[in-house]
Ligand binder design. Structure first.
Ligand SMILES: [Zn+2]
Length: 249
């Protein structure tokens, strides 16, 4: 449920370890890796469960970090939506009119009852090189790596060829209303989006020794739908279609 592009791999180096099952959290070797781990721990400690009004709290912390890394105030916007909302950040490129690349993730997590967990789900704990806590994988690892990567690049003064838009939704696990609104906002504001990278799909996994094990690329995801189908027919032989119902005179 996570994706890291080769760009992330290049930028983050060993931080990919964060994406392994149960969030491997071996001591990161780079400042950006350490920052990603810090952001992840901070995010896991905020219970962004539906109904707890905590998504805006996490969004405010992410926004503060992005501003600290060099994003301008008007480039980072939190859009409230009920008790949740979504965060948009615009990373200006050299060609401001070119189609943008969007990188998306979600800030919310599924409910977790402490009695069902060995450790408190909203207290990030590192044990044996793994970080435990609700959302340590889905999707706060991806969220943290995206945020930390962009912060690193912005601090270093890197300017992308065209704009990058970060979009962090706030109810992906439940209603997905912020996801829909965020998608509309990105398209409306950016005009054209030529590539969307989703931190909640695909991703790299390391084995127990920390070696690259598998890298998954996901191009799409099934969605849920109910259909109620009603057919009426007077019946007949299964291999012969029924006679057409006579049209009313
Ligand atoms: Zn997810």
């Amino acid at each position: 449920m996570r994706l890291n592009t080769l760009a992330f791999r290049t930028a983050m180096g060993s931080t990919l370890a964060l994406c392994a099952p149960a969030a491997m959290a071996q001591e990161p070797e780079t400042p950006a890796g350490r920052e990603a781990l810090t952001v992840l721990q901070e995010a896991v400690a905020i219970p962004t469960v539906q109904g707890r009004r905590q998504v805006p709290v996490l969004a405010a912390k992410l926004k503060a970090r992005l501003l600290d890394a060099g994003f301008a105030e008007d480039e980072v916007t939190f859009v409230p939506q009920g008790e949740t909302g979504y965060l948009l950040a615009r990373y200006p490129g050299r060609d401001r009119k070119a189609p943008v690349t969007a990188i998306i993730a979600h800030m919310d997590v599924v409910e977790a009852k402490p009695e069902d967990w060995e450790r408190d789900p909203f207290t990030p704990v590192i044990e044996d090189g793994y970080l435990f806590g609700r959302g340590s994988l889905d999707n706060k690892a991806g969220l943290s790596i995206v945020a930390a990567t962009m912060m690193k690049l912005r601090r270093e003064g890197w300017v992308p060829a065209h704009d990058i838009v970060l979009g962090f939704s706030g109810d992906e696990e439940t209603q997905m209303a912020t996801t829909a609104a965020m998608a509309s906002a990105i398209v409306h504001e950016a005009g054209k989006v030529d590539l969307i990278l989703n931190a909640d799909s695909g991703g790299g996994t390391l084995d127990a020794a920390g070696r690259p094990f598998v890298y998954e690329v996901q191009a799409g995801e099934k969605t849920y739908a109910d259909y109620k189908l009603t057919l009426t027919d007077p019946g007949g032989h299964s291999s012969v279609r029924a006679r057409p119902t006579p049209s009313p005179p």
